[in-house]
Design a protein. Structure first.
Ligand SMILES: NC(=O)c1ccc[n+]([C@@H]2O[C@H](COP(=O)([O-])OP(=O)(O)OC[C@H]3O[C@@H](n4cnc5c(N)ncnc54)[C@H](OP(=O)(O)O)[C@@H]3O)[C@@H](O)[C@H]2O)c1
Length: 294
């Protein structure tokens, strides 16, 4: 299949989400037409809607950006999380396998328990701590079992972007409102800019790469250090202090358990696309100028 054929009928599901918007923007910047469907247009848990999608659109490439990504809410709604993040992904994958559609899917660092001392590689043992993590792992497994041609899963982490709520936006709003900020300093991960993840995804598709990849901006920080960098980048003074996860959990007993260390090793991605994703701090700078042009 040529480069152009690969993208000839590209469909995004979960089209109103943060990552979906970043992927659509990257495709558009490259002059690639795509159809982006939101939940109203295609609910991926609705078997008839999914069958219709394949029959009517005959996608060559399906990019699944749909997810129940509200980690704490998933603890209260585990069945809904399993339906969207697990079973529906399996169903998309079965249709994709029957129709020769390449399926691109996204997963999470929360499939790991955070007990590692070095960055996780894709084949490392999983052990999710939360309903969200378990449902995402189910989706990965069902997808791989259905084995659509050239399937691609990118696990990412600490995602933020221009479109939709995300950690930097929450911090900026609170700091601008003059609220004191207490932020966890004992969970370490890799903040990742949705635009960079979208670009890396395109580069993998361009090379017809398949399999399971880790895809995060380079480097690792705590949420506290990330917050300090956000405030510094946007030049906002704030009353910022560190907090332990244990203290944070006391104030939010219903919240999901999160891994203490969920740094992902992206070296397989680097080998596949020929370069690393850029350092997280550089990406944060571009995010700043994307949401507040000079
Ligand atoms: N955000 C992060 O920090 C993070 C970290 C690691 C991995 N990821 C993964 O990255 C991917 C993209 O996440 P994101 O941050 O872009 O999430 P997002 O902004 O919450 O977008 C998810 C989209 O999926 C839609 N959706 C929910 N249920 C659906 C259904 N049944 N059918 C069709 N669409 C449905 C949502 O629509 P409604 O709003 O209308 O429900 C929403 O527009 C997900 O796979 C997520 O698990 C995210």
């Amino acid at each position: 299949m040529s480069h152009c054929d690969r993208y000839s009928r590209t469909v995004i599901v979960g089209g109103k989400g943060m990552l979906a918007a970043a992927v659509a923007r990257k495709l558009s910047a490259r002059g690639i037409a795509c159809t982006s469907l939101d939940r109203q247009q295609c609910d991926i848990t609705d078997a008839a809607a999914v069958a219709d999608l394949f029959a009517a659109r005959r996608p060559t490439l399906l990019i699944n950006c749909a997810a129940h990504a509200k980690v704490d809410l998933c603890e209260q709604e585990p069945e809904k999380a399993d339906a969207i993040n697990g079973h529906a992904v399996g169903s998309l994958a079965e249709h994709a396998a029957r129709n020769g559609t390449k399926l691109v899917h996204f997963s999470t660092d929360f499939v790991f328990d955070g007990s590692a001392v070095q960055p996780y590689r894709p084949a490392d043992p999983t052990h999710p701590l939360s309903a969200y993590g378990r449902s995402k792992l189910m989706g990965e497994r069902l997808l791989q079992r259905a084995n659509p041609a050239g399937w691609l899963i990118l696990r990412t982490a600490w995602l933020y972007g221009e479109d939709g709520p995300c950690f930097p936006r929450t911090i900026l709003a609170a700091a601008r409102a003059g609220k004191p900020l207490k932020v966890v300093n004992d969970q370490i991960g890799s903040p990742t800019y949705a635009g960079d993840l979208a670009a890396a995804t395109m580069e993998l598709i361009d090379r017809n790469a398949g399999g399971l990849f880790h895809a995060v901006n380079q480097g690792a920080v705590s949420w506290f250090e990330f917050t300090r960098a956000i405030l510094e980048e946007f030049h906002i003074p704030a009353d910022l202090s560190p907090q332990s996860s244990a203290e944070w959990k006391k104030s939010k007993p219903a919240a999901a358990h999160r891994p203490a260390f969920s740094v992902l090793d992206s070296s397989d991605l680097e080998a596949a696309i020929g370069h690393p994703m850029r350092p997280w701090r550089d990406a944060l700078h571009d995010y700043h100028h994307a949401i507040e042009p000079k």
